[in-house]
Design a binder for this molecule. Structure first.
Ligand code: HEC
Length: 158
């Protein structure tokens, strides 16, 4: 009797382990993918990437410049620019951030502050822009800010 019981429970433990693996419910993936802070800040960043894409397309083809659309995207970046940083408070919520976010917190804060400054400048320039030329320098500063922060503070994926 004892023998049978043991086999049964081993079987069910094995079954649960397989199911857990199939659903991706490992400790590792919950800490990176299902953490609400990581999700929130990655969502901010994804939306920024989309906005930069819309404006970047106009930069590549200046005759397609649409002042209203550009203004909307620039305003969105400026308004959202302060939002991700509070979601980096928890050291355990690593996501694709590098250790430097916490070990060089001052450097990270400086990058975040600069981003808020350059997106405000882009938004200001966009208000009166009638061509890509009017926003190109400010747009370049925003792109440089994304890149500069990612160099030290975003893990290289892929
Ligand atoms: C002050 C630093 C900083 C600035 C400025 C910044 N990023 Fe990021 N970005 C990060 C960090 C850190 C991550 C990794 C976040 C994570 O995985 O938790 C990241 C991740 C991303 C991701 C991946 C999101 C995902 O789904 O994993 C994209 C896309 C992105 N950033 C785009 C941008 C764009 C576009 C800009 C500029 C408009 C920008 N970022 C500005 C620090 C920054």
């Amino acid at each position: 009797m004892a023998q049978v019981y043991t086999n049964k429970s081993l079987k069910s433990i094995f079954g649960i382990a397989l199911m857990t693996a199939a659903l991706g419910l490992t400790a590792c993936s919950t800490s990176t993918e299902s953490n609400p802070d990581v999700e929130a800040r990655q969502n901010n960043m994804k939306n920024w990437g989309d906005a930069m894409g819309v404006m970047g397309d106009m930069a590549k083809a200046p005759d397609t410049f649409d002042a209203a659309v550009f203004k909307e995207q620039a305003a969105f970046l400026a308004e959202d620019a302060a939002n991700p940083w509070g979601h980096f408070a928890d050291k355990a919520a690593v996501g694709n951030a590098t250790e430097a976010v916490w070990s060089n917190a001052d450097g990270f804060r400086a990058e975040a502050d600069n981003f808020q400054k350059v997106t405000a400048e882009l938004n200001a320039a966009a208000q009166t822009a009638t061509s890509m030329d009017d926003v190109k320098p400010a747009f370049g500063q925003v792109g440089a800010s994304c890149k500069s922060c990612h160099t030290d503070f975003k893990a290289k994926t892929d």
